[in-house]
Design a protein around this ligand. Structure first.
Ligand SMILES: CC(C)(COP(=O)(O)OP(=O)(O)OC[C@H]1O[C@@H](n2cnc3c(N)ncnc32)[C@H](O)[C@@H]1OP(=O)(O)O)[C@@H](O)C(=O)NCCC(=O)NCCS
Length: 184
């Protein structure tokens, strides 16, 4: 019991765990779009009101879910993958919610499941246009920079994943990520 004058501090809430999976329920898809709007429209200003485009119709959305009391509670990360010609797949709209970044490796696991899912579907190449600030992050995950380009007025690197580091990943083999506790 806390008494007046006791020394205490508020401990930030940490979810019980995270899972990364193909978004196959309507609320997951809706929440993934909401997170994308939050990140790419409101936070980064790359799009005015809505970042959806022609790729969404055929794309496979992937989500990171936070878990609490044994239930999936919230979409806290997302990415989508889409097939192109001759075994080429692309990934785009990678986003982790603010407050969940650099805490549990969610961005890294979303990339692993995205590339592994495309690999399992026959991808022979996997490309993404990556914001300049994230190029070194992708390089640390076995991607190489092919070229630079301007996308939505911002510098991006065209990057390719080394598929040898991304074994095929079936939908039922999704990542479970343990939360990294914040320092007390
Ligand atoms: C980029 C983003 C997806 C990374 O996700 P995240 O969950 O924060 O990253 P992770 O926790 O998986 O990072 C894994 C490691 O890479 C490092 N890392 C993460 N982002 C990095 C960056 N931009 N540059 C260098 N290192 C980075 C982390 O510190 C961590 O290192 P550690 O394992 O030694 O602790 C996230 O910051 C984000 O959503 N940003 C806003 C939207 C955006 O920029 N999308 C990408 C478009 S290309």
């Amino acid at each position: 019991m806390l008494l007046d004058g006791d020394d205490y501090k508020i401990v930030p809430f940490v979810p019980g765990g995270y899972s990364i999976k193909r978004a196959d329920r309507a609320w997951e898809v809706r929440a993934a779009h909401a997170l994308r709007r939050q990140v790419f429209c409101a936070e980064q200003g790359l799009f005015a009101h809505d970042d959806r485009d022609g790729h969404d119709a055929g794309a496979l959305p992937i989500v990171a879910l936070s878990w609490n009391a044994g239930m999936a509670e919230r979409v806290v990360g997302t990415v989508r993958i889409h097939a192109h010609e001759n075994g080429l797949w692309r990934g785009s709209r990678l986003a982790v919610a603010r407050g969940y970044r650099r805490t549990a490796g969610l961005g890294r696991e979303l990339i692993r499941v995205a590339v592994g899912s495309a690999h399992a579907r026959g991808a022979t190449r996997f490309l993404a246009t990556v914001q300049q600030a994230n190029i070194s992050f992708f390089e640390s995950l076995h991607w190489r920079l092919l070229d630079m380009a301007t996308v939505c007025g911002a510098p991006h690197g065209l990057m390719e994943a080394d598929l040898a580091h991304y074994p095929p990943c079936a939908d039922h083999e999704c990542a479970v990520v343990a939360p990294r506790r914040r320092a007390a």
